[in-house]
Design a protein around this ligand. Sequence first.
Ligand code: HEM
Length: 508
Amino acid sequence: MSVSALSSTRFPGGIFGLLQVASLLGLLLLLFKAAQYYLQRQWLLKAFQQFPCPPSHWLLGHKIDRDQELQQILSWVEKFPSACPRWFWGSRAFFTVYDPEYMKVILGRSDPKANGAYRFLAPWLGYGLLLLNGQTWFQHRRMLTPAFHYDILKPYVEITAKSVTVMLDKWEKLIGQENPLEIFQHVSLMTLDSIMKCAFSDQGSIQLDRKSQSYIQAISDLNELFFCRVRNAFHQNDSIYSLSSNGRLSQHACKVAHEHTDQVIKLRKAELQNERELEKIKKKRHLDFLDILLFARMEDGSSLSDKDLRAEVDTFMFEGHDTTASGVSWIFYALAMHPEYQQRCREEVQSLLGDGASITWDHLDKIPYTTMCIKEALRLYPPVPAVVRELSKPVTFPDGRSLPKGIPVTLSFYALHHNPKVWPNPEVFDPSRFAPDSARHSHSFLPFSGGSRNCIGKQFAMNELKVAVALTLLRFELLPDSTRVPIPTPRLVLKSKNGIHLHLRKLH
Ligand code: HEM
């Protein structure tokens, strides 16, 4: 043995000794990780033994093309009744549910949001209503529910109508130069404008402001990055992710999104320094969303911390516009594909509103056929395609099969709405499914989820969808672009891989 080798073994401080220790530790870590992987996989395999699923690779899980996810899950719906496990990789699987009875069981419990997926949203959305669990969630939900009281929602109809009119005026100018039009971006700006004015007392002109476009782009990037991160075994660890290019993109997009929301909070706080504005607020019977947050007192008498306030603003800014943008865009596409239903809706709206110069709260329950078409589009294209829970205790389903505590469960609303056992000929757009006398399972149609954690903005959203559809049909005929058929893509909200392109024909 050479002198140098001897010396490095004798003196652990030497380079060689250090390398030896490091390799040993590396090997131990690798063995530990391999054992952890093996044990987790064995536990999952045992947990899922009553639930068959398509064959999957022991390391790579189910190999599914990113753009084929929805189609793939639908092919499983036919083969595996009620639910089946979906393996992301060898030690990570989400149990995917698409049966109304199974949905009813899970939504009737109080399992928390699955940490393995939702924690990736925390750097962007913070712990607001969407991500909170337990007692804090309950307190925030109770505090914010009055913001959706119908006295508050009533005047929003007019505000939304103005936002829709700005978009339609823009379209009228644009279609001379550009036809077909990619509508998703325009609709996103419109819904952002509407939520900014309704919930955040904004007075600006969002739809014409370039800065809002960078916010919309940041939200679109964050949607995409979240989807990729959940599916990437190497991006689960926060430190490793922050060093990756996606991690850096995500940090940048969060910064852009936060700049937007910080500005909104700063502006409102400045306005409230004004005595007259403060007096106005004191006289109001119901406060707007942002004012509720700014004046909130927690149970111990303290006000909401800046961190909690920002989390709620980020949550509502996102939930309040991206979901409705998806809803409106897909409804327009569905109506463009079905001119006969489109015309019937138009006639209904025309007979109620004439030229549509004013639309109010009272009109919204007088367009039953249009509402049926909106619901049928929400069935085919649910804006939130899925949500995830983590079982806090074991569960047994009505068919006797069971799962242990700790399993992440994906409630796939998209698969439920396309399940042929629940909806015969599921791919056919048929508004009569929602006729007043039609019977269906209480948990067969869940665009707004169900149970205690259902969508707090459901009524606000339905009003916005009705106003957007009614006013648009009075001014334009919507026709599909047969060269660019949209490809539904599941992100946090349902997007189209290639945008939604429509021909717009102005009506006289
Ligand atoms: C068509 C439009 C909309 C759809 C389809 C929709 C759908 C949903 C769904 C499925 C959930 C459950 C999420 C989960 O369990 O992880 C949810 C929750 C939520 N939604 Fe909506 N939403 C819409 C519009 C809105 C609007 C306009 C707002 C706000 C103004 C809003 C605010 C929220 C919030 C804060 C939650 C979390 C509620 C909680 O956990 O207590 N949503 N939404």
